[in-house]
Design a protein around this ligand. Structure first.
Ligand SMILES: NC(=O)c1ccc[n+]([C@@H]2O[C@H](COP(=O)([O-])OP(=O)(O)OC[C@H]3O[C@@H](n4cnc5c(N)ncnc54)[C@H](OP(=O)(O)O)[C@@H]3O)[C@@H](O)[C@H]2O)c1
Length: 351
């Protein structure tokens, strides 16, 4: 089976290509910068192809030569829809690392077209949302009368430039939750609280991430809150200056300027730093009457987890039997996440 990693010379694309090689795959590498692509392809002894995401006809023609495309280019708000549409036109399965709510809405809206073509569209084949979505399914399945789902993540270690660029887009959109089935804006400050994780309590705040759409698809629950842990030192700044920061980031030219600067100065964590770091997920399903089921995941560092789970998602989809727009937990089951070495699930915390 022939598959391709788009955005291969980006920080996460490289990790995915390396993990694919470790697991015996030989994906073709793709991206828009010929020199960077050529250097990486020579380093890994893999084929490469230069492709512009914004030339729809050429892209669909080129992607049609592959069974599957993994899009690791971002921010996903700018790359996901053109790449997914080209896959649909060319007849290749499409997977990505999307984090933003509109991307999930756009891709899930292509469900019928993808089913008709017999191809799978799987946004969020990384730590976010594969880990959260599997845990969401786990707690929701254990409480069939649940109406609400609470999800939160905490990670130790650094973030990549690409994730920071995506986060600027997400902050600009403003925090929201799902209530009564609909996305509902909330105040950042009003949602700040402490949540217990396997490594201790963290301060979390609501985040309008793709879980608000993916976990809704997987569990069908009408009320969903997704939160992210922030360092305690950052919380007062976000509490008091959050709306002003968001107001500034809503200016697209400023946001794009900051993203260009981030691209120049920020790289992702090195291998040694990643080995020291961990990532955690908490999920709680609850009934209106008060009954609740909680669970936690503890995993390897978030980018290493992303590379590992991304290639496992590719393997599942290439094994066959998948079509339409998918969420990882519903497609592969709650235990899929446990396939990633170093991942443990807890039903209770003793400390
Ligand atoms: N879901 C998860 O758990 C998860 C985990 C890790 C990363 N991510 C997401 O994955 C994405 C990449 O992260 P990263 O850390 O690898 O970032 P990165 O190092 O900045 O790499 C981004 C890549 O995207 C390419 N790119 C950006 N805009 C493009 C466009 N319009 N057309 C073609 N290529 C484009 C870049 O190519 P150029 O250098 O040529 O611009 C580069 O190869 C981000 O959106 C991030 O949020 C998600």
């Amino acid at each position: 089976m022939a598959w391709l990693v788009y955005g291969a010379y980006g920080y996460t694309g490289r990790l995915i290509a390396a993990e694919a090689l470790r697991r015996g795959h030989r994906p073709t590498l793709a991206g828009r910068a010929p020199d960077r692509l050529r250097r990486l392809a020579a380093e890994l002894s893999l084929d490469h192809i230069v492709l512009d995401l914004h030339d729809a006809t050429a892209l669909a023609g080129a992607l049609g030569d592959f069974d599957l495309v993994f899009n690791a280019a971002g921010p996903d708000l700018y790359t996901a829809l053109p790449a997914a549409r080209a896959c649909l036109a060319g007849g290749a399965h499409y997977l990505d690392l999307a984090g933003a709510v509109p991307v999930y809405e756009q891709l899930y809206a292509l469900d019928a077209a993808a089913r008709a073509k017999g191809i799978a569209l799987l946004p969020g084949a990384g730590f976010d949302v594969a880990a959260t979505d599997c845990l969401a399914k786990y707690v929701a399945d254990r409480l069939p009368g649940a109406t609400a789902l609470d999800l939160a993540i905490a990670t130790t270690g650094d973030v990549s430039g690409g994730s920071t660029k995506t986060e600027l887009e997400i902050i600009a959109a403003g925090p929201s939750v799902r209530r009564g089935g609909a996305l509902t804006p909330v105040s950042f400050a009003g949602g700040i609280r402490r949540v217990r994780f396997p490594d201790g309590a963290h301060t979390v705040a609501p985040a309008p991430w793709g879980e608000l759409v993916a976990a809704h698809r997987t569990t069908g629950l009408p009320d969903i809150t997704m939160s992210v842990a922030y360092p305690d030192a950052v919380v007062p700044l976000l509490r008091w200056a959050g709306p002003a920061i968001r107001g500034l980031l809503r200016v697209k030219a400023l946001r794009r300027g900051l993203q260009a600067l981030i691209g120049k100065v920020m790289d992702g964590p090195g291998a040694a730093a990643r080995r020291q770091a961990r990532a955690y997920v908490w999920a709680r399903a609850s009934e209106a009457g008060g009954a609740a089921v909680e669970a936690w995941l503890e995993t390897i560092e978030a980018y290493d987890f992303t590379a590992a789970v991304a290639v496992r998602c590719v393997e599942r989809i290439l094994a066959g039997g998948y079509a339409g727009a998918l969420a990882p937990g519903a497609a592969f089951g709650a235990d899929f996440v446990l396939d990633v070495p170093g991942t443990q699930r807890y039903d209770a915390l003793d400390r």
